[in-house]
Write a new protein. Structure first.
Length: 266
């Protein structure tokens, strides 16, 4: 690879073009996945910049969560609003995964490969939802959205340990808790296309949270920290409010949590 690894990631995070971002990360992940060369040589090749806001479509309007559209899932319009909100989550997830690979230097090569794979998965998820919306006459950006996910990225930009704790193990893990109930509502509404998309995302997200747990544990071990105490401390520092159940115990156990850890949230 001749292009600077970190500069390319920075460019992809900042691009507002949906297709360019998705294709770019998919291509980069495929190229690095096929090479036998270590990506250690890309470290320190360019400085890290603070990114207050990632590249989003110019037509997309961001509002406070209280101003989001709320419609019942039994209506076509309600399901479109829901799927648009999920598209926004997945698009943010692309940026978040790329930012993990971009922001934190001096990590093992597998760290970068893991987060590039996550970003490529999120791009695939986004394109599945985008196709669903387009088939129904809606584009990403036709409804308003909020920027809460990236706010957590900014809060944790200073420390990879905090990022691994708060993004995959809090925000994304919450998706594991709520997804089964959403899929059941969609089944009752007989929207099996949406159910199939959400099930694909759900199964992949278990692995993504597991990757977050893996690198959280790695950092705790490197710093001689107790993982459970450290997680509680970081949640109390960066997360406003209490982690609320119900918790999807089987999915969380698969994703790297332990039973006692989950019980401590209650």
């Amino acid at each position: 690879m001749t292009t600077d690894f970190f500069q390319l990631l920075e460019k992809l995070i900042l691009t507002t073009d949906v297709d360019e971002k998705c294709l770019g990360i998919t291509t980069l992940n495929a190229e690095l996945g096929e090479t036998t060369q270590s990506i250690d040589r890309f470290k320190h090749s360019s400085p890290v910049i603070e990114i207050a806001k990632p590249g989003l479509p110019e037509k997309l309007k961001l509002v406070a969560p209280k101003n989001l559209s709320k419609r019942g899932i039994n209506s076509v319009e309600g399901r479109l609003v829901l799927m648009h909100s999920l598209a926004h989550i997945e698009f943010n997830a692309i940026n978040l995964a790329m930012d993990a690979a971009y922001r934190y230097r001096n990590q093992p090569s597998d760290f970068y490969l893991d987060w590039l794979q996550v970003a490529a998965d999120e791009a695939r998820h986004f394109k599945l939802i985008e196709a669903y919306l387009v088939d129904r006459g809606v584009a990403y950006g036709d409804y308003v959205a909020h920027n809460g996910l990236w706010e957590m990225a900014v809060q944790t930009s200073h420390d990879v340990l905090a990022r691994m704790a708060l993004v995959p193990r809090v925000l994304e893990a919450r998706g594991l808790d709520v997804a089964p109930a959403i899929m059941e509502k969609l089944r009752k509404a007989q929207d099996m296309a949406a159910v199939e998309i959400l099930n694909t995302i759900y199964l992949d997200e278990i692995e993504h949270v597991k990757i977050g747990s893996k690198w959280f544990s790695f950092e705790c071990q490197n710093r001689n920290l107790d993982p459970r105490d450290t997680f509680v401390r970081l949640v109390n520092t960066h997360f406003h409010g209490k982690l609320m159940g119900p918790f999807n115990m089987p999915a969380r156990l698969l994703a790297g949590f332990d039973q006692d850890e989950i019980e401590s949230f209650k």
